[in-house]
Design a protein around this ligand. Structure first.
Ligand SMILES: [Zn+2]
Length: 278
C-alpha cells in the first residue's frame, strides 16, 4: 500500500456529541437482536472454507466485512439486473474463466482480503479444469453462466444452439462444481435478446449486467483499471456497483494487480463484498 493513502483513511464524518447516546442505543439494540435471528439457509455456500491444496493456510481475516446473501427463488425481472440489495454492497464479477493461469491468483487475492465475487464462467473453458470450478465455489464464491463458447452473436443462433449455450453451460458448470447451483447468466459481450433473457430466467438464472466496466481486457495498466473503477463507482453506481472484470480470455496480470489495490480501497469507502440479488 502506498504510504500516502494512510492519511486519507476513514472519511466517516464525526458524530455530533448529542447524537452519541442514540448511536449507542442503536448499537446495543443491534447486538441484542442479531443473536436472536434465525440463521440464514444458505445451501450453496459451504460453512467452512476447505483449504486448497496449493495454497498456504489462510491469513487472519482482514477488516473487510463479507456479506453473504442467501439465494432465494428467482423472480423474473423485466430489465437486466443492474443493482444490489443495498447501496453499500459491491459485487465483483470475473468473466471468461476459468483460466488456470489467472483464476487461482484472483481467488487467492480475494481470499487473502476476505472478499467474495461472482465468477461468470465459459463452460468450454471449464473442460479439463473442473477442479478450478470447484475451488472457486468451495472458497465461498458463486457461479454465473457465461455461455458454453462465448458466442457474442448468441441471439442470432437457432433455438437449439441457444439452449446448448445457455442451459447446457449451466449444467456443465454445476456438475464441475459438484452440484452447486448457478443463479445468474451473463450474455457474451453483453449481447442480450428477449429469448436469451427468458431462457435464462426459466432455468433459474437472473440475467446479470454490470454498471462499472474498467475495460481491464484492454490491458490499460493496473493503475488505469483502479482509477476507472474508482471514478465509475462515484459517477455510475449510486444503487451499488456491479464491477465487470476478467479472469480469463487473455493475460490478466493487470487485473490481479488492480484487485490487490481495489479491495482495500473499497473497504475504506465502506463497501461490503457480496453477490448480485439472485
Ligand atoms: Zn465475456
Amino acid at each position: 500500500m502506498l504510504q500516502g493513502t494512510r492519511t486519507r483513511r476513514r472519511r466517516i464524518p464525526p458524530f455530533r456529541r448529542r447524537e452519541l447516546p442514540s448511536v449507542y442505543l442503536a448499537l446495543l439494540a443491534f447486538g441484542l437482536v442479531v443473536p436472536l435471528l434465525p440463521p440464514l439457509d444458505m445451501p450453496d455456500v459451504p460453512v467452512t472454507t476447505p483449504v486448497l491444496a496449493p495454497e498456504p493456510a489462510p491469513e487472519p481475516p482482514p477488516p473487510v466485512q463479507v456479506q453473504l446473501v442467501a439465494p432465494g427463488p428467482v423472480v423474473p425481472r423485466a430489465a437486466l439486473l443492474n443493482k444490489l440489495a443495498d447501496t453499500h454492497t459491491i459485487a465483483l464479477t470475473f468473466d471468461d474463466g476459468p483460466d488456470p493461469r489467472w483464476t487461482p491468483k484472483i481467488l487467492a487475492t480475494l481470499r487473502r482480503h476476505g472478499a467474495v465475487a461472482t465468477f461468470c464462467m465459459v463452460s468450454k473453458n471449464a473442460a479439463g479444469h473442473e477442479e478450478l470450478v470447484k475451488q472457486v465455489v468451495d472458497a465461498g464464491m458463486r457461479l454465473c453462466d457465461h455461455s458454453h463458447t462465448h458466442d457474442e452473436q448468441l441471439p442470432d443462433r437457432d433455438p437449439a444452439r441457444i439452449d446448448d449455450e445457455v442451459v447446457g453451460a449451466q449444467s456443465t458448470l454445476s456438475a464441475a462444481a459438484g452440484g452447486a447451483s448457478v443463479k445468474w447468466f451473463r450474455a457474451p459481450g453483453g449481447n442480450w435478446s428477449t429469448e436469451v433473457t427468458k431462457l435464462s430466467v426459466e432455468h433459474g438464472m437472473q440475467p446479470l449486467s454490470w454498471n462499472v466496466d474498467p475495460r481491464d481486457w484492454e490491458r490499460p495498466g493496473a493503475a488505469a483499471i483502479v482509477a476507472a473503477v474508482q471514478q465509475q463507482i462515484r459517477q455510475q453506481a449510486p444503487d451499488g456497483p456491479i464491477v465487470l472484470l476478467h479472469d480469463g480470455g487473455g493475460p490478466r496480470d493487470q487485473t490481479v494487480d488492480a484487485l490487490e489495490q481495489l479491495i482495500p480501497w473499497l473497504a475504506e469507502q465502506g463497501y461490503r463484498f457480496g453477490f448480485p440479488v439472485p
